[in-house]
Design a protein around this ligand. Structure first.
Ligand code: IDP
Ligand code: MG
Length: 148
């Protein structure tokens, strides 16, 4: 079963949208395997966004991600990476279609509420950055046969 890392960024927590946005992933049928509230350290933020090092928005992005509490989650299910990215919409809130998280709640490019892994390989690496193995919980939801 595929896993993906979802991080509700500081703007999501500050705007009290945590419950609203978790609901999107939950209602889709993805299964919650890990969840915690933390303010990311500079090191965690640097490792998480290493691929963007050197880009003009990098320093601002790290400042943003470390500015306050975030909600880190692991969601799993069939095609969880793509499913989560589809629920999120595109990076720029102004270009993200309605009924996506960013389309419904974001105008900004940087402050776009949510991070989602972009490939199963990156998901595995990112989950290791944010979670210890014993922080993830395996279980079978009672509706598994219905949700698929
Ligand atoms: P993604 O989150 O949709 O995968 P990425 O291109 O991986 O987008 O960028 C990571 C994060 O960096 C974005 O979610 C956003 O917060 C920020 N970001 C990306 N491009 C820009 C930009 O051009 N200006 C400011 N922030 C940006
Ligand atoms: Mg990305």
């Amino acid at each position: 079963m595929q896993q993906t890392l979802i991080v509700l960024k500081p703007d999501c927590v500050q705007r009290r949208l945590v419950g609203t946005i978790i609901e999107r992933f939950e209602k889709k049928g993805l299964r919650l395997a890990g969840l915690k509230l933390l303010t990311p350290s500079r090191k965690l933020a640097e490792d998480h966004y290493a691929v963007h090092k050197g880009k003009p928005f990098y320093d601002s992005l790290l400042q943003f991600l470390t500015s306050g509490p975030t909600v880190a989650m692991v969601w799993e299910g069939r095609e969880a990476v793509t499913v989560a990215r589809t629920l999120m919409g595109v990076t720029d809130g102004t270009k993200s279609p309605p009924a996506t998280i960013r389309g419904d709640f974001a105008l900004s490019v940087q402050n776009n509420l949510v991070h989602g892994s972009d490939s199963p390989e990156n998901a595995a690496a990112e989950i290791k950055l944010w979670f210890k193995p014993d922080e993830l919980v395996a279980y079978r939801p009672t509706d598994a046969d219905w949700v698929g």
